[in-house]
Design a protein around this ligand. Structure first.
Ligand SMILES: Cc1cc2nc3c(=O)[nH]c(=O)nc-3n(C[C@H](O)[C@H](O)[C@H](O)COP(=O)(O)OP(=O)(O)OC[C@H]3O[C@@H](n4cnc5c(N)ncnc54)[C@H](O)[C@@H]3O)c2cc1C
Length: 608
């Protein structure tokens, strides 16, 4: 075996997957057909959820350091040009302001990390450099995937170097993160369905050093021009680079379109121009057998709402811990199939959110009239009407917190189901919930730390009980692999394996029973004892179900203390089963050694 996981495509999805697998001690090779990351415009907004994920991976500050400075506003404008009073100005907090809001809020409605503007051409080299420093990860650019053959226990990919030499890479699993034209998806015969080629636009990248400081109408990130060409100016992370999207006849028109939009006599250089198409497409399946698909390979969205890359980051993180669990030997047979069950509905939801936002955009653009610049009562009425509609419709693009944070993995074999419970999906509104399968909401604990920060890497499973009752769980902390702590109204137990968690649940329950004088819960004890150390997901599920149905209800009967968020229904009183991969130094060391053995596919260090 050359490597454990072969990743095709070093876009943000593939690179996030490679970094996360590397952090979990899984040997992986990522191949990319390009010679190096390219300086081409694409995505520029990492949403709050992706930033929470990058925080857990320990790289959020690196992403922020490379991105737009924290003090820069994230406002959105609708304009005729950059020098005329805006028709509409929507204010959004800078990262600095958003952090202050987050620090002052403890109702679970805000994310742990705010969004971050970072251009894709900055993010990709950053992720690449992080991946290259991880011993289990081998990064190979200038290596094109051709096709694969699957055999029992392995997948063999045929690849071609930029010099034309062909070779093979054998892996336990293959993941196609190869974008919208995915060769991997095509070989699997999986179709994309939905609306393709909705609108074709031109996009150009410019360098204009003085522009940002000189914009007289206010600093922001997006300036939508109220015209009949869908023109939009986007500030990139350096504030010296800008992209402009517009429906024009030829590439050279993009030069004049930029000059017309900025309407100031400034020097600028057009660095790139190209076409791109708007699509709203979702794949029928997210993989087959030992081959998985993630990112744009399975969902293509219009950038309205900025959900494209962010959905890919979510895919990568869900697939990563499952691959690691199986490769480390404790993931059961239902674990990898749960990837599609959990992530495809999120893809479907995000495609729908992107459609919803883009229809809103189209609606206000349809209010454009040729007289929009006229200094007449009719011209003024057109401007006022467009601004009025945009004040409702443009918000659909910029206020997507429900789609970003509110997804929930329903119907997954890993997650204890509670039919009919939990908030309904709403693109615009996020309602914090501890429903199993939902993202763990962000709340501050009494000691000022964030609950989300307690479930970092290397803890295996993390069990959290929220509520007023304190439980002495000191007996749960006999070593580095397992531990517990109490902090205010929250008690945590961390275990490396599912079976250790079963023991923790039993101890937690009896510790808390002693404190609350709750009646004995014999069923829990029985179920805990019956769960033998096992690698099956069924056993993990039994554990979680036991935790949810047996431990919690009799222990926490009142609503949470001051540090707990307002409940979405009743109170925050459920156990939160959170799975993490097996961590710990020994496991990492073993994995690294295995990684070194399995890296025969990337002998040349210089290729990294
Ligand atoms: C104008 C625009 C603005 C956008 N803005 C946002 C935004 O603000 N927020 C957001 O979340 N998303 C945004 N998106 C979407 C975002 O850019 C994509 O969703 C994201 O790039 C998907 O990442 P990926 O890694 O899945 O695929 P890609 O970025 O497409 O990467 C796939 C990689 O695979 C490589 N590859 C392909 N075939 C092979 C092969 N045979 N062998 C080896 N390598 C191969 C490619 O070269 C490429 O590097 C925007 C998109 C556009 C066009």
């Amino acid at each position: 075996m050359d490597t454990q996981v072969l990743i095709i495509g070093a876009g943000p999805t593939g690179l996030t997957l490679a970094v996360d697998l590397g952090l979990r001690g899984v040997a992986c090779t990522i191949i990319e057909q390009k010679e190096a990351p390219q300086f081409l415009p694409k995505m520029e907004r990492c949403n709050a959820r992706s930033m929470e994920i990058y925080r857990r991976m320990g790289i959020a500050e690196k992403v922020r350091a490379a991105g737009l400075p924290a003090r820069c506003p994230m406002d959105v404008f609708i304009v005729l040009s950059l020098v005329e009073p805006p028709l509409l100005h929507l204010s959004y907090p800078s990262v600095e302001q958003a952090r202050q809001e987050i620090a002052a809020c403890n109702d679970g409605t805000l994310p742990r990390e705010p969004y971050q503007l970072i251009s894709q051409y900055t993010l990709e080299p950053l992720l690449k450099s992080i991946a290259e420093r991880l011993p289990p990860v081998c990064v190979r650019y200038g290596c094109e995937f051709l096709d694969f053959e699957e055999a029992a226990g392995s997948v063999t990919a045929n690849v071609r170097s930029s010099a034309g030499a062909t070779s093979q890479i054998r892996a336990r699993y293959l993941v196609g993160c190869d974008g919208g034209s995915s060769v991997v998806r095509k070989q699997l015969g999986i179709a994309l369905r939905g609306e393709g080629n909705i609108l074709q636009l031109r996009q150009a990248l410019y360098r204009c050093d003085e522009l940002f400081e000189r914009i007289p109408i206010g600093k922001g990130r997006h300036y939508h021009v109220a015209d009949d060409r869908a023109t939009q100016l986007i500030v990139q992370d350096s504030t010296r680079h800008f992209t402009l999207h517009s429906v024009v006849e030829q590439d050279s028109d993009m030069h004049g379109q930029f000059a017309k939009t900025i309407a100031m006599p400034l020097d600028f250089e057009m660095l790139y121009v190209g076409e791109w198409k708007q699509n709203l497409l979702l794949a029928d399946a997210y993989g087959r057998g030992r081959v998985f698909l993630a990112g744009d390979a399975v969902h293509l969205m219009i950038p309205t709402g900025g959900l494209g890359m962010n959905s890919g980051v979510g895919d990568a993180i869900d697939l990563s811990w499952k691959l690691a669990a199986v490769l480390h030997g404790w993931g059961g047979p239902k674990l990898l199939p749960s990837y599609e069950i959990e992530r495809r509905p999120v893809g479907e939801n995000n495609v729908a959110a992107s459609r919803y936002a883009s229809l809103g955009r189209r609606k206000w653009r349809a209010a454009w009239q040729p007289n929009i610049r006229d200094d007449t009562p009719e011209g003024a009425a057109t401007r006022a009407n467009l601004a009025r509609i945009a004040d409702v419709e443009q918000r659909k693009t910029n206020e997507m917190i429900g789609a970003e944070l509110g997804y929930c993995y329903r119907g997954s074999p890993l997650i204890a189901s509670k039919p009919g419970d939990g908030p309904q999906s709403d693109f615009r509104r996020y309602v914090p919930t501890t429903r199993p399968g939902a993202r763990l909401p962000h709340v501050w604990l009494d000691d000022g730390s964030a609950m989300q920060d307690r479930i970092g890497y290397g803890h295996g499973f993390c069990l959290i009980r929220l509520g007023r009752t304190r439980a002495d769980t000191s007996s749960l902390a006999p070593g580095p692999a397992r531990g517990s702590r109490m902090c205010g109204s929250t008690t945590e137990a961390r275990c490396r394996t599912a079976s250790a968690m079963v023991t923790a649940i039993a101890s937690f329950a009896s510790a808390a029973r002693a404190l609350t004088r709750a009646p004995s819960r014999a069923p829990l004890r029985r179920s805990a004892r019956r769960c033998r150390p096992s690698t099956s997901t069924t056993s993990a599920r039994a554990t979680f179900t036991a935790a949810t149905s047996c431990c919690c209800a009799p222990i926490c009967t009142s609503s949470g203390a001051a540090t707990t968020p307002r409940p979405s229904r009743r109170c925050w009183r459920r156990w939160l089963p959170v799975t993490r991969t097996a961590g710990g130094r020994k496991a990492r060391g073993r994995a690294r050694a295995r990684g070194a053995r399995e890296h025969s596919c990337c002998r040349s260090r210089s290729a990294r």
